[in-house]
Ligand binder design. Structure first.
Ligand SMILES: [Zn+2]
Length: 354
């Protein structure tokens, strides 16, 4: 199996805040180009790669969706050369002070390096205290003089995390967009595994936009492609200090398979059996309702699409240091590829509705 780490590191070095995914989309398009037969962008910017199957037409198709957008921030106000920010998507505000960021300045069309800072307590209202500050009390310092800031930066400009990916000991990758670029990497592993192998079904490799905010890409790509079945890949909460026992999963110990009303039980069962056959360790991720991922949007599109959710555990979700085990990402990729290879032409007819 190819080493996915170099590509994953490049994926988590670029921005691609929800609604502004072009930098990462370009990178993925370049990588997927040689691995698929056709590639296109959806009307809203999701990337569709088609790897054609061998069965006679009309061929059934499987969509594998991974969101490529990332959480980030946006300038809400400029005061004395400092930027106030608000969030795009859910952000863990507790770890923002000290973060290295890039201000995408539209006034001068420049990328400005900056840091997020916490003003001294005496400059803050008493209610803010000395604890965690709400995002509207944090500031972004570009190091520029106030008049330069006024000239270059506009209210509404995007602010993305700028810290470089970092390999921790123990084969763990840490960075700002492991959610969900690691899934894009896993899908890339799948495409690489499928090279020079024949599979009956068409495979749509999809990198969706705006999962973190509206599921726009998942809804619209599922509607455009109308696959017979779909698999969504995303991160889930890994065990870590203070994390509870039942909603979190050991990192480096395998892949998660979502189970609940959002996921089709037959697909779950098939993935589970396949994982066991391949000796890929897996754990059930029990979800009482909507999974909070693209799987929800895909499942409820058009006439309804039987959907499964495959996951890998992430520690420190929605921070600039999201961390995941490289091994789990490789395993997800392999499971996806083997699932594609296992699909018989009449698979849909075998689906049992319980
Ligand atoms: Zn995600």
């Amino acid at each position: 199996m190819t080493d996915i780490l170099p590509f994953l590191k490049s994926l988590i070095s670029v921005s691609g805040i929800s609604g502004y995914e072009t930098p990462v989309a370009n990178l993925i398009a370049e990588k997927w180009g040689p691995l698929v037969n056709e590639m296109s962008l959806s009307r809203v910017g999701s990337l569709h790669g088609l790897k054609r199957g061998t069965h006679k037409s009309p061929r059934p198709s499987l969509m594998i969706a991974t969101h490529m957008d990332a959480i980030g921030m946006r300038v809400s106000k400029i005061v004395d050369g400092f930027l106030h920010i608000t969030n795009v998507g859910g952000i863990d505000v507790r770890v923002l002070p000290g973060a290295e960021v890039t201000v995408h300045a539209t006034g001068s069309n420049e990328e400005l390096p900056a840091v997020i800072v916490m003003p001294p307590a005496r400059f803050l209202p008493e209610s803010a205290g000395n604890g965690v500050l709400a995002i509207d009390h944090l500031l972004v310092d570009t190091g520029l003089l106030p008049r330069e800031v006024e000239r270059k930066v506009r209210v509404g400009d995007l602010v993305s995390f700028a810290n470089e990916p970092f390999e921790l000991a123990g084969d763990v990758i840490s960075g700002h967009t492991v959610d969900n670029r690691a899934s894009v990497a896993a899908l890339t592993v799948c495409l690489e595994e499928l090279q020079n192998k024949s599979h009956a079904w068409d495979v749509w490799a999809v990198a969706t936009v705006q999962e973190e905010v509206t599921y726009l890409g998942a809804y619209s790509s599922a509607f455009e492609l109308l696959p017979q079945i779909a698999i969504v890949v995303d991160g889930t909460f890994a065990k870590g200090p203070g994390a509870n026992g039942w909603q979190t999963f050991p990192m480096g110990k395998g892949v998660g398979l979502g189970i609940g009303p959002n996921m089709h039980p037959f697909l779950h069962q098939k993935l589970k059996e396949l994982a066991e056959r391949l000796e890929i360790p897996w754990f059930p991720d029990v979800m009482p309702a909507d999974s909070g991922t693209d799987a929800f949007a895909v499942q409820v599109t058009a006439e309804g699409i039987p959907t499964a959710l495959v996951e890998f555990p992430i520690r420190y979700m929605h921070t600039p240091v999201e961390s995941a085990a490289v091994k789990d990402i490789q395993r997800v990729g392999r499971l996806l590829a083997e699932f594609v290879l296992s699909l018989e032409a009449d698979f849909v007819d075998t689906i049992v509705w319980e």
